[in-house]
Design a protein around this ligand. Structure first.
Ligand SMILES: Nc1ncnc2c1ncn2[C@@H]1O[C@H](COP(=O)(O)OP(=O)(O)OP(=O)(O)O)[C@@H](O)[C@H]1O
Ligand SMILES: [Mg+2]
Length: 216
């Protein structure tokens, strides 16, 4: 499903963020990506959705080399992904409910069924009460929940989550972990970057541990 073939990334300032990453992720797998700050987790995740190009090697998703896709095909691939960005990337001038429904707006599929799905998801995360507020009125953890709802609401084939529990209390973090885990059981491929040792201890699947840009 997702293949990293000898992938390296050097940033413009000569920082070697990833070195010779070889990793193969199967459909329906739940993969933790871990490693200390600066180890390369976000860099690795960004390559799956074409947010960054490798300096060397290639990333293959669903049979296509990501950085060779036309912008149209890349957009189509991204439609199959739910992404929780480390910095959330919420739209600050849109209400909470509009943020969660954003994928449906973009696809022109904001029908009653999808509105209902969004409502259910927001109630699960206890943010329905904020639906008409702007995100800046919410706490960091609540904003993170908005970003998580937006990623999960479309039941994507691939879920990419960069520290999705970084701002959450332990109970909420465990609930979020469980929701991603269940998504994997329903067939989604989940790539979940975290430092959270407790969540790692709950996980029985594969862990990709990065150490200064290399797979440990
Ligand atoms: N845009 C950039 N330009 C230059 N260097 C960068 C850039 N983004 C990241 N880096 C560097 O690449 C390395 C890996 O960064 P990355 O963000 O992938 O780490 P991370 O494991 O996600 O860290 P964290 O746990 O703090 O989120 C770091 O040394 C970082 O300083
Ligand atoms: Mg990061």
């Amino acid at each position: 499903m997702i293949h990293f073939k000898s992938v390296s990334k050097i940033y413009d300032n000569d920082v070697f963020a990833l070195k010779g990453i070889e990793a193969h992720i199967q459909k329906g797998e739940f993969i933790f990506v871990t490693g200390s700050s600066g180890a390369g987790k976000s860099t690795l995740l960004k390559m799956i959705y074409g947010g960054l190009k490798p300096s060397d090697g290639s990333v293959v998703v669903g049979g296509s080399i990501v950085d060779e896709l036309s912008s149209y095909r890349l957009a189509m691939l991204r439609r199959q992904m739910g992404i929780v960005f480390q910095d959330f990337k919420l739209l600050w001038d849109r209400s909470v409910v509009d943020n969660v429904c954003l994928p449906f707006y973009v696809w022109g599929k904001l029908n009653s069924e999808n509105k209902e799905l969004s409502e259910l998801m927001m109630k699960k995360f206890d943010i329905w009460k904020y639906r008409n507020e702007y995100p800046h009125k919410l706490s960091g953890g609540e904003q993170q929940k908005v970003a998580i709802c937006r990623a999960l609401v479309t039941s994507p084939w691939i879920l990419i989550a960069d520290e999705p529990t970084g701002n959450l209390d332990p109970k909420s973090a465990e609930e979020v972990f469980k929701m991603f885990y269940e998504a994997a059981q329903r067939g989604s491929t989940v790539i979940f970057a975290t430092h959270n040792e407790h969540l790692l201890s709950l996980h029985k699947g594969r862990v990709l541990k990065l150490d200064k840009g290399r797979l440990a």
